[in-house]
Write a protein of this length. Structure first.
Length: 470
């Protein structure tokens, strides 16, 4: 079977035609078009050679594929053009990325490089690459994923690394021309300001200002699970505070996990020409390849694009407005009462849809939605709220092939819960209470498993439901 006949291929998410997708890269709104790149290994699962794939869009939901933007061709990137970002450098779309090199013994070298385009499709690598060839003293060659932006007339770069003591760190650099870079200092590290060891390596940093706060969003590796937190193999979250551009230091509070689902990593943030702060993530986790799509020579996808804002010092994520362009066949039910029962509603089913449910209640123990159910009740994906635990729970133990487990997240003192979710064949993205929490996950149900049930136990809930096919 070739990949295109695979039922698990997604309908409205970005995924590779063949091969392996990982981090989104170079996300930018440039001359009214959105350009997005991603880490792409076309040789997967046989071999590894990391390219930058390139897509563009005028509305963030319909994408067209361009030729790969970066392919390893030079001595400084023999083992991959690794992650990075894009900027508008005086009208030229410019990519900043990590050249990865490994010798016969597996020893790694890393080089920060740039490439530029005049037609927004073909990129020319700078003749004097790399623009940063040395790893600074005290850090290892795990030194990668430059995220560059302009502030007060200067270019700044946040870059992920680890100390020689194997603690994750993000460093800040500055430059006047994107060519000569100076190290300013550590933004934050695994053992700074009471973090009390947050992993051995920090990957894929983003450093941005959102509604007046400076935020470092990054992916620490090596964080131990703690109750409902940090249960994926690798994490993604943020520190929020005030950045001192002179010393590079961020004064911050607690580390907050960004997404509560099973698959979310390496997101990239970009401010568009309309002033919105947008985010797209990888709906996958490094080194987790137990997916039924591998036998069809492809793996992973990106999330839908989300808009960020800050509420009570917390990042809220909502799907971009443009996602509504995908809606067809609206079905709507108001004030449905569910009284200690499970119900099914006409026209509410499917494997590719948007669903909004606004629940309210006085007394109930548990209520929720059973998604992707088969006819005999064996297969199901559960999303429910337990009022005693005050937790929202995603349970994919019976979702289908490969994936299993439960993810939980506390939502306290609520008497109303709004759930907005996007199902796409083998993915589900869930936005709770207008983006206060999100769960992004892959599931592999049978294609016949399209029933949706709503239920309440130990009481009554009232729910307004809207459903669109996509
Ligand atoms: C994160 C990551 C990055 C690296 C890229 C390589 O998933 O490991 O740190 O640049 O993937 O594909």
């Amino acid at each position: 079977m070739n990949g295109n006949n695979d039922y698990y291929r997604l309908k409205y998410h970005l995924m590779p035609s063949v091969g392996f997708l990982n981090d989104p890269n170079g996300f930018i709104h440039f001359n009214s078009e959105y350009h997005l790149f991603y880490q792409f290994n076309p040789l997967y699962p046989k071999d590894k050679m990391v390219y930058w794939a390139h897509v563009k869009s005028s509305d963030l939901v319909h994408w067209s594929m361009l030729s790969p933007a970066l392919c390893p061709s030079e001595w400084y990137e023999t083992h991959g053009c690794y992650s990075g970002s894009a900027v508008n450098n005086n009208g030229k779309l410019t990519l900043i990325y990590t050249g990865n090199v490994k010798n016969e013994l597996g020893k790694r070298e890393t080089y920060q490089c740039i490439a530029q385009s005049i037609d927004c499709e073909h990129f020319v690598k700078y003749k004097n690459n790399p623009v940063i060839s040395n790893v600074p003293t005290g850090y290892t060659t795990h030194f990668r994923d430059p995220k560059v932006w302009k502030y007060d007339g200067l270019w700044y770069m946040a870059i992920g690394t680890q100390t020689e003591k194997e603690e994750g760190v993000v460093l800040l650099y500055s430059s006047q021309d994107l060519l000569a870079w100076n190290k300013i200092g550590e933004v934050a590290g695994a053992n700074t300001n009471g973090l009390n060891y947050l992993g051995y390596m920090w990957e894929c940093p983003n450093l941005f200002n959102l509604d007046g706060k400076d935020i470092l969003l990054f992916c620490p590796q090596g964080v131990e699970p703690k109750g409902d937190l940090y249960n994926n193999r690798y994490q993604c979250g943020y520190l929020l505070g005030k950045l001192d551009y002179k010393t590079g230091k961020l004064a911050y509070g607690d580390f907050i996990e960004l997404d509560r689902g099973f698959e979310f990593y390496a997101p990239q943030v970009s401010r568009d020409e309309k002033g919105r702060l947008l985010l797209v993530g990888w709906m996958g986790i490094p080194e987790e390849e137990d997916s039924p799509t591998v036998k069809n020579n492809w793996l992973h996808c990106l999330t839908i694009v989300r808009e960020l804002h800050l509420e009570n010092n917390k990042i809220y994520q909502i799907p971009v407005e443009e996602i509504k362009l995908l809606r067809t066949n609206e079905t709507r039910y108001d004030n449905v009462l569910i009284n200690n029962e499970q119900i099914k509603l006409d026209n509410i089913y499917g494997d590719c849809f948007e669903l909004i449910c606004d629940f309210s209640w006085e007394n109930v123990l548990e209520f929720g939605i059973k998604l992707r159910c088969d006819d005999n009740g064996n297969e199901k994906t559960l999303l429910y709220y337990n009022t005693e635990e005050e937790k929202i729970i995603l349970d994919r133990c019976k979702s289908g092939l490969s994936k299993t487990g439960v993810r939980k997240c506390k939502i306290e003192k609520c008497k109303k819960l709004s759930i907005r979710l996007f199902m796409d064949k083998s993915s589900v993205e869930i936005f709770i209470n207008k983006g206060e929490e999100t769960f992004s996950s892959r599931i592999y149900p049978k294609k016949e498993s399209k029933n949706i049930f709503f239920y309440a136990e130990g009481g009554i809930v009232n729910v307004n439901i809207e459903h669109w096919n996509i």
